[in-house]
Design a binder for this molecule. Sequence first.
Ligand code: ADP
Ligand code: ADP
Length: 229
Amino acid sequence: MIRLEHVSKSYKTSTRPALDDVSVHVDKGEFVFLIGPSGSGKSTFLRLLLREETPSKGTVHVADYNVGKLSRRRVPRLRQRIGCVFQDFRLLVNKTVAENVAFALEVIGKPRHTIRKVVPEVLELVGLDGKADRLPNELSGGEQQRVAIARAFVNRPLLLLADEPTGNLDPDTSQDIMLLLERINRTGTTVLMATHDHSIVDAMRRRVVELHLGKVIRDDARGVYGVGR
Ligand code: ADP
Ligand code: ADP
């Protein structure tokens, strides 16, 4: 699903590479934590998958896409296959819960009858069936993140990228969000989650890829956040 081969990324304004000879393979259906201190290259890793950046060296594949070589007109199609969830939710504040989710389908031209059918289904999946007509600011942080996950997932992406999705949530709410991401993972969606949240990584015992100064320093099948630290 994801294949980085000897990927380096150097930004023009930076002295050291943000990623330095990184090779990582992720199979379809895996759940992977991407960890490392601030500045270690996690965001760069995610941006390369979305073709928000191109590699300076090496190759990036997502599904059948050679992401670094993709022509400009094919980039939207790649991004349609990737759902994204962020720490700050990024909902449309003037749209209801249902409209936020529907909008993700409208912009890719899904027919109205499909939207009417799948929006309630995905809201039920994330546990928000009663909240379709609420505005984001009428919801708790955890509920807002559920909306964001519904929106990211409604198009059944191959890959879900989550960048610190629990960063603004209390521990109990974070756990609920992780149960939801696990549920989505069980549908076959590959999940890659960048996080600083020790307790979540330690509780889940999933694959952990650790970056430090742009290099992969650890790749454990059932990892914890810190080994011997
Ligand atoms: P993380 O997400 O782990 O904090 P980043 O990928 O954001 O790491 O950053 C890795 C390194 O690349 C850092 O040294 C950072 O300063 C640098 N960097 C990130 N984005 C840019 C950019 N747009 N321009 C220049 N340097 C950048
Ligand atoms: P319209 O009135 O033109 O249908 P809306 O802004 O009411 O537009 O809704 C936009 C989309 O959001 C619609 O296609 C609809 O399927 C979906 N939607 C809106 N409200 C709900 C809801 N309560 N439950 C399910 N889907 C909804």
